[in-house]
Design a protein around this ligand. Structure first.
Ligand code: AMP
Length: 206
């Protein structure tokens, strides 16, 4: 199955994706994570990508679309987290023949609180929340033992910019897939366990 997970920043896309990866073996393709890795390299594009992410803006389409397509080439079971983020990006991956699109619906005040308490492991793959999804040992990733950090774009001024872009660029993507009748909207306001249960129910997998 080929899936997309949509939702505002802090809606829990990464947490749901991690769980679907662990339980069902989906290849978990996080656009943000791939871009942060790219930004850490010593390439011509790296500094441009780093600055764009830290400003909360969208990285240019040609970079993101090529990167995602390279990752999913010849794969049949994957989920795209944080991609597509605009109608242009959605149109650019028509050839992938995405089957279902999950749309996590959460109110803005809830996600702002989640973002303030969000921590990620320094390897970049595992996400936590100091109150709602704490690690077993404070400040340390349960899975790889790396220190937990706060993302540079999880600060109020940048969060505001990310929401602005979400409303103008990314919300129309949900509409795009709703018209194709493959959009599954899920209440994302509960605990990580509740949201994940709702996702599995919507996908009819257990
Ligand atoms: P995320 O980890 O999904 O919150 O993404 C972090 C940042 O990476 C975003 O704020 C953008 O700067 C960049 N980014 C992630 N996905 C995309 C995308 N599909 N298109 C453009 N930029 C992206």
């Amino acid at each position: 199955m080929k899936l997309i997970i949509l939702g505002p920043p802090g809606s829990g896309k990464g947490t749901v994706s991690e769980r679907l990866e662990q339980e069902f073996g989906f290849l978990n393709v996080s656009a943000g994570e791939l871009l942060r890795k790219e930004a850490a390299k010593k390439t011509v594009n790296a500094l441009k990508i780093k600055r764009t992410i830290e400003a909360g803006k969208l990285v240019p389409n040609h970079i993101v679309v090529d990167m995602i397509k390279k990752h999913v080439k010849n794969k049949r079971k994957y989920l795209l987290d944080g991609f597509p983020r605009s109608r242009e990006q959605a149109e650019a991956i028509e050839d992938l023949k995405i089957e279902k699109v999950l749309n996590l619906d959460v109110k803005e005040e809830v996600v702002i609180e989640r973002l303030a308490g969000r921590r990620v492991c320094s390897q970049g793959h595992h996400g936590y929340h100091i109150k709602y999804l704490p690690p077993k040992k404070a400040g340390i990733c349960d899975v790889d033992g790396s220190p937990l950090i706060q993302r540079k774009d999880d600060v109020p001024s940048i969060i505001k910019e990310r929401f602005k872009i979400y409303h103008s660029e990314t919300e129309p993507v949900a509409e795009y897939y709703r018209k194709k009748k493959i959009l599954l909207t899920i209440d994302g306001s509960g605990s990580p366990e509740e949201v994940y249960r709702n996702v599995k129910k919507a996908l009819q997998i257990s």
